[in-house]
Write a protein of this length. Structure first.
Length: 218
């Protein structure tokens, strides 16, 4: 019989249950997911402003806001513990749609130089197709690099500025110069980021085929 006041052996002590690993991952209604959903819902409004209302200035302003808030949902998710499985899928889908719809609509409108738009959309198309193919082969999602984020942000600045340069705003000449500056930064960064994804994709594909534990990305 144990003496009064004697401590229980460590193996016998009851521990309060902690949160399950990955708790909250299946949440749907979070602030980042709402922001992403609102950004997606604004894309038809952008198209309506550009083609329905023939208001390039308003369309450029809306697209600029959508591009500028690209980082907001991810920042909130990471810093306020609101990362979800839905958000991991929805956020890149929103970014791709923003690119294809925004850049494609501006290209159809004739407000952006065709070679510039083709170079950008070609890269985005290849990345989108590669992402789907790799996912279908069981490769884990490759995290976006800093170069990719910076390139995407610069291009999201460039396209609204090209549109503004063809609108009724009084600073059209300045908008065009700034568009070329942002585009001149964004295109090289985005292509460099795409080149960095190649070895990561190969490593992920090898991991998926062999079942080995993932190697740390540089």
């Amino acid at each position: 019989m144990d003496e009064p006041g004697a401590e229980m052996p460590p193996t016998a002590r009851a521990e309060p249950p902690g949160p399950a690993p990955g708790a909250g991952d299946d949440r749907v209604l979070t602030v980042p997911n709402v922001i992403t959903a609102v950004r997606l819902a604004c894309l038809p409004v952008f198209v309506w402003l550009l083609f329905g209302r023939d208001n390039r200035a308003a369309a450029a302003a809306l697209l600029g806001v959508l591009g500028a808030t690209d980082f907001l949902d991810g920042y909130i998710a990471r810093h306020f513990d609101q990362v979800t499985r839905l958000g991991k899928v929805l956020d890149p889908v929103a970014d791709r749609l923003l690119f294809f719809v925004g850049a494609g609509a501006i290209l159809i409108d004739g407000s952006v130089p065709v070679p510039f738009a083709v170079v950008v959309l070609a890269r985005e198309s290849v990345v989108a197709i590669a992402t789907v193919v790799l996912a279908s082969m069981g490769v884990r999602r490759i995290d976006v690099t800093w170069f990719g984020k910076a390139g995407t942000f610069a291009l999201m600045v460039a396209f609204p500025l090209f549109l503004a340069a063809q609108s009724s705003v009084g600073w059209r000449d300045t908008a065009e110069v700034l568009a070329w500056v942002a585009g001149g930064i964004g295109v090289p960064l985005s292509y460099y980021a795409a080149a960095l994804y190649v070895p990561l994709a190969r490593a992920g594909l090898a991991e998926a085929r062999s079942g080995r534990s993932p190697a740390s990305a540089p």
